[in-house]
Design a protein around this ligand. Structure first.
Ligand code: GMT
Length: 378
């Protein structure tokens, strides 16, 4: 099958899922065409079966806002015509599902039918999409998609509730390439960042307010008094500066390492002992799954779809959003003895196997088949 993939090419979870999906589909014999404004960050290998088509938005002084959807929908039409794409898979509803629909309509004029599969990732529904400024167009784009998937049962329910839609939504969870997370001792250079007696705590995100970065630092500030440890903060975003300031204010700056964005989170997770994800909302929590695949237990909030990933008392613990006291207590419990830590590490790894890329990706292939068969005519 020839599959067009539209996504955000950045470090965000939706872009990572879209990229890993495209690469895996290409290994399964499909021809993949990424259509986006820059080469996706995890797309290192462009091969015969993987193509990248860049969307250019020329700067024009008349435009206060540059019309990205317009450029994207034109690029989709041109790419579909040039390469004979069978199905378009758009990741993140805004504005991709809308641009996809416009492309479908334009192609229809030329007698070409293009099924659109929309994958909802989280904030496109919970934070941005349901805002009154966008809601009408997002509802329309969801209803006009030939197939809709969401990354958790919780996100499916949120979508049905917030958008009052009867659209059938298939739940296909985030997935993981387990082979990438098998630690190779040569790549796993723990001693560069921590002393042998210290535990290593990690947080990975886009440092947006929804991640509650201050909670990460507060949990760490409490726990490091009881357990010598280091905190690895991976990612970039609007809260990074205030996080660095807070780590000074909490007197933990010497124990916290801000590493910025990384393409190789597996090389840090391989020596981590605990992962912190106290988000305000989280449709799935791909970073928690990446941690678990590396055998790192997760202390998370009990919000959104996190309970579909992290199992309380098994792969880690879940607590109410903002309850940093309980999160700290649970973190200390996991880290206080080598035996308990080893038990949680093993259970986290076992849990991650449920989300093996090789078992989840075929579910997308089925959705493409269904969308092709039932393509809504315009
Ligand atoms: O905020 C992020 O984590 C980025 C965001 C995105 O859209 O790129 O991630 C969302 O999609 C991921 C992949 O499906 C999910 O694992 C994340 O939980 C989800 N983020 C939120 O819901 C906040």
């Amino acid at each position: 099958m020839k599959i067009g993939i539209v996504c955000y090419p950045t470090f965000g979870g939706s872009g990572v899922v879209a990229t890993e999906l495209g690469l895996e589909l290409s290994k399964r014999g499909h021809e993949i065409h990424f259509i986006t404004y820059s080469q996706p960050v995890r797309l290192e290998l462009l091969g015969a079966n993987v193509h990248f088509h860049e969307v250019h938005v020329p700067d024009y002084p008349l435009f206060h806002y540059q019309p990205y959807e317009l450029a994207l929908s034109s690029k989709i039409v041109d790419t579909v015509k040039a390469y004979g794409i069978d199905v378009l898979h758009v990741h993140y509803a805004i504005p991709h599902a809308y641009a996809g629909y416009m492309a479908k309509k334009m192609l229809h004029e030329d007698g070409i039918s293009l099924p659109i599969v929309t994958t909802l990732h989280g904030t496109d529904i919970t934070l941005v999409g349901s805002h009154p400024f966008y809601k009408t167009a997002v509802t329309f784009s969801i209803n006009k998609s030939d197939a809709v998937t969401s990354v958790s049962e919780n996100l499916k329910q949120d979508t049905q509730r917030l958008f009052n839609t009867k659209k059938n939504i298939s739940v296909i969870p985030n997935f993981i390439d387990l082979d990438k997370y098998q630690s190779n001792p040569k790549d796993c250079q723990r001693d560069l960042l921590a002393q042998p007696h210290e535990r290593v705590i990690t947080h990975i995100s886009n440092f947006r307010p929804v991640k509650r970065i201050a909670d990460v630092l507060r949990i760490f500030a409490e726990l490091h008094h009881k357990i010598p440890s280091k905190l690895m903060m991976i990612g970039e975003g609007p809260e990074r500066e205030s996080a660095e300031q807070l780590s000074q204010d909490l007197n933990i700056a010497d124990q916290v390492v801000f590493l910025g964005n990384s393409n190789e989170v597996n090389k840090i997770l391989c020596f981590s002992d605990l992962f912190l994800l106290p988000s305000e909302t989280e449709s799935f929590g791909l970073s928690a799954l990446e941690a678990m695949a590396s055998g790192v237990p997760v202390i998370s909030s009990n919000t959104g779809g996190l309970s579909e990933v992290n199992i309380h008392g098994v792969s880690g613990y879940l607590s109410p959003v903002g309850d940093t006291d309980e999160m700290t207590k649970n973190a200390i419990e996991i880290l206080s003895s080598d035996e308990t830590l080893a038990r949680f590490k093993a259970a986290a790894k076992t849990r991650a196997k449920q989300f093996n890329i090789h078992t989840i990706v075929p579910a997308y292939e089925k959705v493409y088949d269904t969308a092709l068969k039932n393509c809504i005519s315009i």
